[in-house]
Design a protein around this ligand. Sequence first.
Ligand code: NDP
Length: 246
Amino acid sequence: MTIHGKIVAVTGASSGIGEATARHLAAHGATVVLGARRTDRLERVVDGITAAGGTATAVRVDVTDPADLTALVDTAVERYGRLDVLVGNAGIARLGPVGDLDVAGWSEMIEVNLRGVLHGIAAALPAFRRQGSGHLVTVVSTSGLKITPSQAVYAGTKNAVRTLLEALRQENTDGVLRTTSISPGYVRTELIDSAVDDPAARDQARQHMADLGIDPAAVARAIAFAIDQPDDVEIGDLTIRPTRQG
Ligand code: NDP
């Protein structure tokens, strides 16, 4: 089975890459279960997918709460019979030099970007084992690949997830679990709006993103490519960035 007919849960589906991924997968015949905190935004995405003939449902999910990830997986299994893919996409960025000592921002990123993915794995793995198959896709970042000032903790959380997924892959070579880490470069989304505190620096970052960033639909297509493989093929790591990104 490729994308068509798959049941896919996407965290962080209320905007940006997650929203684009949900829309793209649904347009190609997947049933999508969308999780995020802003339920009004989720409902809008669900309505759009449904109006276009697709199948989607929304669940309020805060990825820092393990029970919410369990509810996301349970919704897929109870409503549609199984969960084929979990796209762990929800994430935040709080950027700045380590010396700024933004301890609260560090904790927030660790909670959402790292613990949030761990909670998703804990919720999905038992279902994948019961079914005899499952696919974990995580959205990490090129900022974990090219170390950049002001992104230390953000990149650290993304690299931790990358490491986690590779270990998980090596621990599960019995054919049940597939793992994929997608590393986007600059993508035009709302991520930057809450990433930088200083208004002037934020405006500059926004402008940079507007000039250079690619459309979230490009990342959605990369995620779809990983999902759209036969069961015996695993796309492990995939980098997708603007052609002009340094
Ligand atoms: P957006 O800000 O548009 O999307 C982030 C999503 O994460 C939103 O749907 C938001 O939903 C969700 N989210 C944030 N915190 C939580 C939480 N506690 N619980 C549940 N959902 C949460 O940005 P992007 O689309 O860019 O970000 C998606 C992923 O892509 C992130 O992991 C980001 O790190 C990664 N990425 C982005 C890049 C870029 O240039 N934009 C580059 C590389 C990676 P809500 O607020 O409704 O809960």
